[in-house]
Design a protein around this ligand. Structure first.
Ligand code: NCD
Length: 525
């Protein structure tokens, strides 16, 4: 079994940088082999018990057909799933559908394109578990574009294409992204895809309505990219230091609200290349586009197809070779000669519990239950710091319910000792301690709170909780992205789950990568 067998690709970073470079290396060998008529037999999987299921629930030509042909190259079984006449129309869930399909073949690779975001991550988790429990080969799920989120296989072929034009040098890339940077998933995937270069200079060209979402721009900065933003091609062409590689995307009208769509022609103007621009392009410019182009309003004028500016035809051909390599990897055919770094498994240390030294000589804290002084018991203090009074009351209620605090006890909202803010307190008398599960839940619900254990009128232990690395198992925690597969309205069996971001300020949805401030996760707080 190769290091990539059974792996799913939901986002670009599901392959480590070394794994991406390996993919490019394999792609290069296969492309050369096919172009030069060499013997490519050794690259084929040749196994009819392996099925590649093409589940395209959104339109596609290039991605779907290049995967179909890549699968044919491998001499495996290719199945085109007919979404239009399937039981989706009888309201069957996608999860149930896929669960059934994994039983039909010995090994399955699913290639999915969906409007909902995070679908392949969900299936990887859910169906992966099901397959392991039932002794079925764990299928791979490849994201072929999910809503506005990501399009990792397009990213791999784009980077392969750029590398080809840079003669495989990875020390520096200067790239212009032009068009609908707000809705286009292919440009969102660039943030991660460009990490293979030592130095990245990125020019973002889009009118304000179609600007790159700020969370992606922030990430680009965090990765050390030099980023410049321009409102139109006209504005960009005035500067002297222009990119030689231009990447266009079409206006994603199907993802726009009516308000923006009404201004379509205006928006187009700022990101459409016209004959007057051509003379201003730097020497050796190459134009790329994931395609399709709108035939009525092409972003790149048709006549340029027959000029050296045309980089997009090679780019779309590269989709075929890259996908051959990717299928070879996730099926286990390629990988025995890989000796780079594998994708890192994230570990979640329990670093959210901090012991606070209890100073017995200083002034004693007097905790109460109701009006009675508490001599023995547990007090959860500093609940909901920073929230409003009604929010703290709701939070107290949520904490009591989730932790199952059905004991004789009291709670309330009070001023803190200096009177600078309000806080909630829950006080439970008796020989009672929170267990690990309750502590974890409490940290997720109210980071910053303290848990005081009181025995014989003394605080014998005090812990302060900070935000945990992972929040899961709470039906009250909800991703704000309406198009995320984890939202209950989509009726798929998905539990929402969030990861603390590296800078610890935000929480990222496991499925669609939407970032949230801590409070945003909690519904109705
Ligand atoms: C892109 C996509 O579907 O995201 N197309 C593609 O896969 N080649 C870009 C687009 O639809 O504009």
């Amino acid at each position: 079994m190769g290091p990539f067998e059974g792996r799913s690709i939901s986002v670009v970073r599901d392959l480590s940088l070394d794994e991406q470079l390996y993919l490019f290396q394999k792609t290069r060998e296969i492309k050369k082999g096919l172009k030069q008529g060499e013997d490519v037999e050794k690259y084929r999987i040749k196994d009819l018990d392996l099925a590649v299921y093409l589940m395209f629930l959104e339109d596609s030509t290039r991605t779907k057909e290049s995967f179909r042909n890549a699968a044919r190259f491998h001499r495996v079984t290719v199945i085109g799933f007919d979404a239009g006449s399937s039981s989706f129309n009888k309201n069957e869930s996608l999860t149930d559908t896929v669960k059934m399909l994994v039983g039909y073949n010995q090994r399955t690779v699913f290639v999915l394109r969906t409007t909902l975001e995070g679908v392949t991550r969900h299936l990887e988790t859910y169906i992966g578990e099901y397959a392991r429990q039932n002794g079925i080969w764990v299928p791979s799920f490849i994201n072929a574009g999910d809503g506005r989120h990501e399009h990792p296989t397009q990213e791999f072929l784009d980077q392969f294409t750029f590398l080809e034009s840079l003669d495989w040098r990875r020390d520096f890339i200067h790239l212009a992204l032009v068009g609908d940077l707000f809705h286009g998933r292919t440009v969102h995937s660039k943030v991660e895809g460009l990490r293979i270069y030592d130095k990245v200079k990125l020019d973002l060209i889009a009118p304000p309505d179609l600007e790159m979402p700020v969370q992606y721009v922030e990430k680009m900065h965090a990765y050390g990219y030099e980023v410049r933003q321009f409102k139109s091609i006209d504005e960009y062409l005035e500067i002297s230091d222009k990119a030689r590689l231009w990447y266009f995307t079409r206006l994603q009208l199907e993802r726009m609200g009516d308000k923006i769509r009404d201004r379509e022609l205006d928006l187009r103007k700022s990101v459409t290349l016209v004959p007057a621009h051509i003379g201003l392009l730097p020497e050796g410019t190459k134009l790329y586009h994931p395609l399709p182009q709108n035939r009525l309003y092409p972003e790149i004028p048709e006549y340029l197809a027959a000029t050296p500016l045309n980089g997009w035809d090679t780019q779309s051909q590269n989709g075929f070779y890259t996908r051959i390599a990717l299928l070879g990897m996730v099926s286990g055919k390629f990988g025995s000669d890989f000796n780079g770094r594998l994708r890192e498994q994230v570990s979640y240390e329990a670093d959210f519990i901090h012991e606070v030294t209890v100073n017995t000589s200083s002034k004693k804290e007097d905790f109460k239950t109701g009006i009675k002084l508490l001599s023995d018991g547990t007090v959860i203090d500093h609940i909901g710091i920073g929230l409003s009074i009604p929010e703290i009351w709701r939070l107290i209620d949520l904490i009591r319910r989730k932790l199952g605090l059905d004991y004789k006890s009291s709670h309330g909202v009070f001023d803190n000792s200096s009177g600078s803010h309000v806080k909630g307190i829950i006080s439970i008398p008796g020989d009672f301690n929170l267990d690990d599960r309750q502590v974890k839940m409490l940290a997720a619900l109210s980071p910053g709170c303290t848990v005081n254990s009181i025995r014989g009128n003394n605080v014998i232990r005090k812990i302060r909780l900070s935000v945990p690395p992972r929040i899961y198992n709470f039906s009250e925690a909800v991703c704000r992205n309406e198009n995320c597969i984890s939202r209950t309205q989509w009726r798929e069996p998905v539990q929402s789950e969030f990861y603390r971001s590296r800078n610890r300020d935000t929480f990222v949805c496991k499925y669609c990568d939407r970032e949230h401030r801590f409070r945003e996760i909690w519904e109705n707080l």
